[in-house]
Write a protein that binds this ligand. Structure first.
Ligand code: MRU
Length: 347
């Protein structure tokens, strides 16, 4: 809506389809922290819209003060979750466009119009990116393949179609046979609550398993490939993604199952050398001690709850982006692929 951002509250899925109406940057920041909106590209898009909402309420008479307010809101929104690079990327891109417009025109009203347009552009581009990932990703999935995915890197995590699930949605739309195994993804159950919901609703053949069933199914030859999303890929090709991804990748290597990663180029973070340099978000203990609000552990138990892990580049079969597929060495291949798309003269 012109003065509000409506977010499908993912914490209530699949039981309830409830939209949270955000009218301020604080609302959007809170929705990101609570994971009512989640998934690397989706939190970036939401934050860009959140920044535009915040600045709609700011006074435009004093351009300098307007610029300072923009900076303050941008810093808050970018800090809502630390691991996915897309969040900071989208906020930086939207705020940067607004700052440049302010410098050029000295007019805060024009800078606001630029900011709103940039937020819409980020979302529109994300839709096109999902489609392109679907086109490239489909080429690595054989007919009738049984695909394991972890967490939710589908339509709920982006603007449309998803990253890891884009090739699946595309295959389904084109009548190609594909079967998906969605693991639950404890502690927050994005696999059970979101991926299973999304694929079932789309009519895709999906089977839910618990996280500890992956090794058994791989050992029996029941999984042909793994396809996951990611929150950040570092310069050396390490893949930071939902906690549990590393375990799946290690199993895939052991059982000779290809391990594919899909993401937009905004997930590539060449400024960070390796996965060990990335801040891994630690979330509230209740996510581990409770399931659906019910305690499943003794009160007062000590808990660890890292929300992400790092899969070393050497375990990755390839990275599917909107510009094509990067194969090992993944870091160097991504660098080459993305440099070439910025400058087609680079061979
Ligand atoms: O904590 P979440 O649910 O935001 O984590 C999401 C993931 O780990 C996804 O796999 C990743 O963001 C890619 S989404 C296209």
């Amino acid at each position: 809506e012109p003065d509000a951002l409506l977010l499908l509250d993912q914490t209530r899925l699949p039981a309830e389809e409830h939209y949270r109406r955000c009218t301020s940057a604080e609302d959007v920041e809170d929705a990101i922290r609570r994971m009512q909106v989640r998934g690397a590209p989706a939190i970036g898009i939401a934050a860009a819209h959140g920044l535009a909402l915040a600045m709609q309420g700011a006074r435009t008479e004093d351009p300098e003060a307007w610029g300072a307010t923009l900076q303050r809101h941008a810093a808050r929104l970018a800090g809502a979750r630390p691991t996915a690079v897309n969040l900071a990327w989208a906020v930086r891109r939207a705020a940067g466009a607004a700052h440049r417009a302010l410098e050029r025109t000295g007019d805060a009203a024009q800078a606001l119009a630029t900011l709103e347009a940039e937020a819409r552009a980020i979302e529109a581009e994300d839709r096109a990116i999902c489609e392109a990932i679907g086109v490239h990703g489909e080429t690595v999935i054989p007919d009738g393949a049984r695909v394991l995915t972890h967490c939710n890197a589908g339509a709920l995590a982006v603007s449309a179609w998803g990253t890891a699930l884009a090739p699946i949605h595309r295959m389904h739309a084109r009548g190609r046979a594909v079967r998906v195994f969605a693991d639950e993804t404890r502690p927050v159950l994005q696999g059970a609550r979101l991926t299973a919901f999304e694929l079932q609703r789309s009519g895709v053949d999906v089977t839910l398993i618990t996280d500890n069933m992956v090794a058994h199914l791989m050992a029996r030859g029941e999984i042909d490939l793994v396809l996951v999303g990611t929150d950040r890929i570092t310069a050396n090709g390490d893949v930071v993604n939902k906690i549990g991804t590393l375990g799946v990748a290690v199993l895939a290597r052991h059982f000779g199952v290809p391990f594919w990663v899909a993401c937009p180029s905004s997930t590539w973070d060449p400024e960070t050398a390796a996965g060990t340099d990335v801040a891994i978000e630690e979330r509230a203990p209740e996510e581990v001690t409770h399931v659906g609000g019910v305690a499943v552990a003794p009160a007062g138990i000590r808990v660890r709850n890292p929300a992400f892990d790092v899969t070393p580049a050497e375990l990755v079969t390839g990275v599917i982006t909107e510009h094509g597929i990067a194969r090992p060495p993944v870091g160097a291949a991504l660098e080459q692929l993305l440099r070439r798309t910025r400058d087609p003269a680079v061979a």
